[in-house]
Design a binder for this molecule. Sequence first.
Ligand SMILES: [Zn+2]
Length: 224
Amino acid sequence: MTDTKVRISKELYDKLKEVADRSNKSIRELVETAITKFLLGTESVGSDAEVKNVKVVKSWRLRFPARCPICGEEIKAGSIVVREIVELEDGRKVNNFYHPDCYESSSDSALAKLYVRKRVLERTIRGLKKEADRYVELIETLRTEYDMLSIKKEVYTLWKDYKNFILHGKDDEKFDEFMDRLNDLLDKVTRLEASLELLTSDKKDKVLLGEKSRTGAKKLVHHR
Ligand SMILES: [Zn+2]
């Protein structure tokens, strides 16, 4: 390839130099890449850099011939095209020029499909989150119900043992054990009271659930 000189403005040269220094490339390399890219689209410029942003100009009058990346045909200068400006993470910008029809039929419908999928996913996530919240509430309620049940069972056993104590034995060792068990029970009831309060003061529907579980607990004990 023989070389030819081209004159460009001082400002553009300074800008090129700045980009060249930053990207560790020669000015020649940059200029040749930029011109090839501008004339032939992005197909001849490979890039591994991540896309940072994409801007789309819906109707842009082409100043030079370009190639549509979708159908591969050349687009004449002066045609109205869709211009896509892809900003890369490394600071470079890549221009793509599309036939408006090609752009509408491919990328728009792909975007629309993606958008619909995103909406469906968001809805599903919202539903799952609601369900998860419901389960958390249910678990809290069940845990309280379980605590209540075990306390009732303990009170019943304690009462039975106390009756036996009164009727028979009455030794001091047994009495101390009773006091310990009674104090234990008092602690448990206090803790349960606190968690019940938390459960019922949070939300209105939590109160409803709590009421339901309390009746449920009562019933279970009566069946015993
Ligand atoms: Zn096309």
